[in-house]
Design a protein around this ligand. Structure first.
Ligand code: NDP
Ligand SMILES: O=C1O[C@H](COP(=O)(O)O)[C@@H](O)[C@H](O)[C@H]1O
Length: 498
């Protein structure tokens, strides 16, 4: 791997501490870093290098998936870190940064390959890109890349404006838009599950699939992020990016080759075929809700409006369920359901593919119809897949559902941020969000935002600790389906979809 300088905006922030430093350390410890590199951390506050290195060490000790044992190795890692105070709005600070970057490159005798990581509030993305360009930081002898965090815009227009500004400083193939769901092992594995297994490949279409359910349920509430979340809601925070990315990965057709550009092309086709919603359709196809008071594991929980810094009149959504259709030959007539919410009954991200029943089921006549085959891909916190099939119980001769399961138990599997940073260092953009995908996602979401804004979509309430409002179950019931839950998969006799 080529030597490089990793330039981190937002080096004193929460994301850097919890995700980025641990990821950098794990990559370093795994030998997945270039032999010569430096990291320059940036923020407004003044932090001496020694203090910065100590903060990084503390973050690694606290948040890394593995606890560093080897202090010499840790010292070697930390010795690459420098800090430079910089206000993103002050052009002269970028000159200071350029000097430091050049000085470090000269000290290490390395080429100016520069990776800029924007771990700061989104309103700074464009000014940083502009200053990188104007200061000369972006004029490198080697490569330059930009990793950018979400959110990428607040709506279609702002996303386009932002992209326009970024593209003045970075070409599309230099921009790595993080969607950390694309870094999750089972999301990355979808492609292999579908395309390396001919038996699945053959049934991955409307002839065999009855419906697909993509859920990202969280037990946490808004936490300390009221300022951001109350203006974003589940629709922007989760649906526009993570949920639609999982949809693309699930529904995309086989790429000509397993390369970034071919996969992108297939993902784009999914978004182009995603049926747009009219203002009227939004009311029928989207369920919007906010959590009220409730209980989880015996603990009382406040309603959203009672959370710190949330006003009593907030009309923000903390839950979205949607029924979407992909108008292409492969998926004609197959509803895809997506659902995400905070303060739900369990932390679980999963993709359930429900296969069609056999219209001539010979067991139905005997009063014991077969249950539908399901493929459940568990994304988070469990990682693995379960195929549920019907089998005859040798004790009583009755049909029962059995589960063929593989669980990824290996705790050494790199986390999403590790995988994504590693890919960016190697210049592999497969699991980053390409502009086409981002734009098409916003395009699909925009009428939904407009309808919310116009107040034409009711805001339901659900109890904290539940599976969402009744209306979400109705969305599936209209086509004779129910949401599949993990407990239903474990206890097939009492298949209860809520
Ligand atoms: N935290 C998380 O879990 C997640 C965060 N994100 C995204 O990551 C980004 C960073 O989030 P997070 O770390 O939580 O934010 P924090 O508020 O914790 O950190 C913000 C960082 O920005 C720096 N900063 C603020 N203003 C300026 C300025 N004018 N000039 C230079 N630096 C400035 C701060 O440093 P200083 O105060 O020293 O200036 C600090 O290092 C955001 O885009 C967020 O949406 C995405 C997913 C998850
Ligand atoms: O991007 C985000 O994701 C998290 C959920 O991520 P997960 O990896 O824990 O499933 C969500 O809590 C947060 O609101 C959102 O910004």
């Amino acid at each position: 791997m080529e030597s490089m300088t990793f330039i981190l905006f937002g080096a004193t922030g929460d994301l850097a501490k919890r995700k980025i430093y641990p990821a950098l350390y794990n990559l370093f410890a795994d030998g997945k870093f270039p032999s010569s590199f430096s990291v320059i951390g940036l923020g407004r506050r003044e932090v001496p290098d020694a203090q910065f290195q100590s903060n990084v060490e503390q973050a690694v000790q606290t948040f890394s998936r593995r606890k560093p044992q080897d202090s010499a190795q840790m010292q070697q890692f930390l010795s690459a870190f420098r800090y430079c105070s910089l206000n993103v709005n002050h052009p002269e600070d970028y000159k200071k940064l350029l000097q430091l970057a050049e000085q470090r490159e000269a000290e290490l005798g390395i080429k100016s390959n520069r990776l800029f990581y924007l771990s700061v509030a989104p309103e700074f993305f464009d000014v940083i890109a502009l200053n990188i360009q104007n200061s000369g930081l972006g004029h490198t002898e080697g490569w330059k890349r930009l990793i950018i965090e979400k959110p990428f815009g607040h709506d279609l227009e702002s996303a386009r404006e932002l992209n326009e500004k970024l593209s003045k400083a970075f070409a599309e193939d230099e921009i790595y838009r993080i969607d950390h769901y694309l870094g999750k092992p089972m999301v990355q594995n979808l492609e292999a599950l579908k395309f390396a297994n001919p038996f699945l490949q053959d049934v991955w279409n409307h002839d065999y699939v009855a419906n697909v359910q993509i859920t990202a349920a969280e037990t946490v509430g808004v936490e300390e992020r009221a300022g951001y979340y109350d203006h974003s809601g589940a629709i922007r925070d989760m649906v526009q990016n993570h949920m639609l990315q999982m949809l693309m990965m699930t529904a995309m057709d086989k790429p000509a080759q397993v390369t970034a550009s071919d996969i992108r092309a297939e993902k784009r086709k999914v978004m182009e075929a995603l049926r747009p919603l009219t203002a009227e359709q939004v009311q029928n196809e989207i369920v919007r809700a906010q959590y009220g008071r409730g209980e989880l594991n015996g603990k009382s929980l406040p309603g959203y409006k009672e959370e710190p810094d949330i006003g009593p009149d907030s009309q923000n959504d903390t839950f979205i369920a949607a029924r979407v259709w992909i108008d292409n030959e492969k998926w004609a007539g197959v509803p895809f359901y997506i659902r995400t919410g905070k303060r739900m009954a369990e932390k679980s991200t999963r993709i359930v593919v429900e296969f069609k029943r056999d219209a001539a089921d010979p067991y139905a006549a005997q009063g014991q119809p077969a249950t539908p085959n399901l493929l459940v891909i568990s994304v988070n916190p469990q990682e693995g897949a379960t195929l549920s099939i019907n089998s005859k119980n040798p004790m009583n001769g009755k049909l029962e559902t059995v589960h063929l399961t593989f669980n990824e138990q290996n705790k050494e599997v790199p986390e999403a941020y590790e995988r994504l940073i590693y890919d960016a260092l190697r210049g592999d953009s497969t699991f980053f969000a390409h502009w086409d995908e981002v734009e098409l996602s916003w395009k699909w979401v925009q009428p939904v935002l407009n309808a919310f804004q116009a107040g034409t979509v009711p805001l339901h309430t659900y109890a904290a600790g539940s599976y969402g409002p009744e209306a979400s179950a109705k969305l599936l019931a209209e086509h004779g389906f129910t949401w599949w839950l993990d407990d239903a998969l474990e206890q097939p006799e009492s298949v209860t979809a809520r």
